[in-house]
Design a protein around this ligand. Structure first.
Ligand code: VGL
Ligand code: ZN
Length: 208
């Protein structure tokens, strides 16, 4: 399975801002660089995602006077968690982790670049309707299986997994190659939702 042409390894948001020292640091985020680098050696098809927000993005608490990071607001498309400013286009925090061996990647999907709408999933923005184009890319290349890694398990990785399953892809998440934000038990909720959607939660060792 691992080197087959119908499988893509998706490396989610492995950016400086999501790693320790970054603006929206995920605990242990840098610990997954090594397992992801090892996985990237073994897959032919690699897609990176890159959170890529304009300054003043609507998902930033700083764009909502009086609101604190990690609180929630109602957007036209539903509830939206507010974050510290992070992954601003062209900033150092938006670059990939310095040790990520990303050169083999064939596609970088940027997301979150529309100011009024956030985008967690690699497939759709948070209205769950506006596509990124990834599904078309994968289908044109006859890729039907996805192996997901990166940050954060309970946000971008889970949203991508759920959308991928909904679109008919066979999806697995490599849990030891992911780390979570875990806001109000969001990790448990995400795991339950992924299992219910038929997403396989696995470990790197099980892929060897
Ligand atoms: C993410 C919050 C805000 C993620 C991105 O990559 O999971 N989380 N933007
Ligand atoms: Zn973001």
């Amino acid at each position: 399975m691992k080197t087959s042409h119908d499988t893509a390894l998706i490396v989610t948001d492995m950016q400086a801002d999501f790693c320790p020292g970054g603006a929206l640091a995920v605990s242990g985020g840098d610990e997954v660089v090594a397992p992801i680098n090892a996985l990237m050696q073994r897959y032919d098809n690699i897609v990176l995602t890159q959170d890529w927000h304009p300054a003043g993005h609507s998902s930033f608490a700083s764009s909502h006077p009086g609101s604190q990071p990690f609180s929630s607001v109602e957007m036209p498309y539903g509830p939206q968690t507010l974050w510290p400013d992070h992954c601003v286009q062209g900033s150092a925090g938006a670059t990939f982790h310095k040790d990520l061996a990303w050169t083999k990647a064939q596609l970088v999907i940027r997301k979150g670049f529309r100011k009024p709408i956030d985008s967690y999933s690699a497939f759709f923005e948070n209205d769950r309707r506006t596509p990124t184009g990834l599904a078309g890319y994968l289908r044109e290349r006859s890729i039907g299986k996805l192996v997901l890694t990166g940050l954060a398990t309970d946000f971008c990785v889970a949203y991508s997994a759920l959308d991928g399953a909904r679109l008919g892809f066979e999806v697995s998440v490599v849990m030891d190659a992911c780390r979570a934000i875990d806001l109000n038990s969001s990790l448990d909720a995400a795991k339950q939702q992924m299992r219910a959607a038929g997403v396989a939660l696995t470990e790197s060792a099980a892929l060897t």
